[in-house]
Design a protein around this ligand. Structure first.
Ligand code: HEM
Length: 416
């Protein structure tokens, strides 16, 4: 990108020239000097867009999410797909730096045409915005794009699982974009402007707003809580777990060279039956999860980060301290051939139903080098006591290509 590097704030003229230069400099310096895994907090935090892997995976989890899936239009050509990915790449690189979507932006294009940038993020900074792109199985199935032989063998629709109640309106998609930021308006602005750019080539299929991260990818961050009130993300893969990242997250590209350094994303919209859960005794809630509610420690003893010991017997429960049907026991690597996932989900609340109950849940997002990791864990969770209180209502899978090098577009290699 060679255009002028005006921050949104300087474009608005809120700062004097010296102040604007200082603000951009501070953001740039911060980005250069800080690794992705450090807790983002300052509004001027810039997470580098370019790199070996896409940002938004090991990046310390931001507070807000706007996730969108797209379908290519029925008349879109291979050239349309290539140009869309190129345009999205340029726009994403700019917005993650805290810039407007194009040099012309919201007010620089003159009074006689619609502004190129929608403007609602003017005055806001980068807020650790990350934009992560993915390709769904259906993208490769469309003959006119000529990329059928570039589909990773494992990029196929997920099998159905026990208790699935999936709805089309929350499932599938040719493409996905995950926008995460510490300011919700920054995330929404990113998806809104990328959707606009797609006009005529791809259209939005479904979207999901999320708030209050339900996981952490950095020990520098505290463990957040999900809507059942339990700490979530304690046993996650962290950004400094190089061995686990190599084993369980990053693809080696053996199947498709363009995937080297990429990964797979499974998205599941999981409704949580909040009112039923809230009537469950504390002791039973803890038995269902397998951890205590206050500290997040495993019921076998210790503190939050103590490894669960599944052999510990509880005389009170007259059985294993961590019950056989508890979530943590069934999801744990010990029960799944060692398989792990990098979880990066968000809470959602979408009003109430006719009975006044919350439409709320967990938008579960998990990255893994093979979709089989999710499949194995989800199959094992068929016996999960938590199933009485949750419903999987949406599902999608995407191949997440490696990071973008300067001068390249996302998915480089797909068309080579
Ligand atoms: C609404 C649904 C869910 C809720 C409320 C939930 C909640 C939790 C909680 C409280 C923990 C313990 C803290 C932690 O280590 O993060 C946990 C752990 C875990 N969950 Fe879930 N979870 C849900 C769905 C899922 C799904 C769909 C999967 C994958 C198929 C999954 C996989 C895991 C894994 C791998 C762990 C770590 C287990 C370990 O190594 O100890 N969870 N979850």
């Amino acid at each position: 990108m060679t255009g002028p590097r005006l921050s949104r704030r300087s474009a608005l003229g809120l700062l004097g020239a010296a102040g604007a230069a200082g603000a951009v400099g501070a953001a740039g310096g911060f980005a250069a000097g800080h690794a992705q895994d450090e807790a983002p907090s300052a509004s001027d935090l810039v997470v580098p867009f370019h790199g070996a892997h896409q940002a938004g995976i090991t990046t310390a989890v931001q507070q807000h999410l706007y996730f969108a899936t797209f379908d290519m239009t029925s008349t879109a050509t291979r050239e349309d797909l290539e140009s869309l990915l190129a345009d999205w790449t340029d726009a994403a690189a700019r917005m993650t730096r805290g810039q407007e979507v194009s040099p012309e932006g919201a007010v620089g294009g003159g009074p006689y045409k619609p502004p190129e940038d929608t403007g609602e993020a003017l005055g806001l900074q980068a807020n650790a915005l990350t934009i992560t792109f993915g390709f769904g199985p259906t993208l490769f199935a469309r003959k006119r794009f000529g990329i059928a032989d570039r589909r990773p063998a494992e990029l196929v629709e997920l099998p159905s699982f026990a208790f699935d109640l999936l709805e089309d309106r929350f499932s599938g998609g040719d493409l996905c974009i995950q926008a995460c930021a510490n300011d919700p308006q920054v995330a929404v602005h990113a998806i809104r402007n990328l959707s606009r750019i797609a006009f005529g080539r791809a259209q939005v299929r479904w979207t999901q707003l999320g708030y209050g991260r339900t996981s952490t990818t950095s020990k520098a961050q505290s463990t957040p809580r999900n809507l059942f009130g339990f700490k979530d993300g304690t046993a996650n893969i962290f950004s400094n777990d190089d061995r686990d990242l190599a084993t369980w997250v990053w693809s080696d590209g053996a199947d498709q060279p363009w995937m080297e350094g990429g990964t797979f994303l499974v998205a599941r919209k999981i409704q949580m039956l909040i009112e039923s859960w809230d009537r469950v005794r504390l002791e039973e809630q803890e038995a269902i999860v397998g951890r205590d509610k206050g500290e997040g420690a495993p019921l076998s003893g210790g503190t939050e980060f103590t490894e669960p010991d599944f052999s510990v017997f509880s005389t009170k429960a007259a059985g294993p301290a961590i019950p056989m049907d508890s979530h943590v026991r069934l999801a744990h690597p010990e029960n799944n051939g060692g398989a792990r996932l990098l979880r990066r989900g968000y809470n959602y609340v979408e009003g109430n139903n006719d009975l006044g109950q919350l439409n709320a849940g967990l938008f579960f997002l998990a990255f893994g080098r093979s979709p089989q990791q999710f499949i194995d864990i989800q199959r094992s969770l068929a016996g999960d006591a938590l199933n009485e209180y949750i419903r999987h209502i949406g599902s999608a899978i995407f191949a997440i290509p490696r990071g973008v090098r300067p001068g390249e577009s996302i998915g480089a290699g797909l068309f080579a």
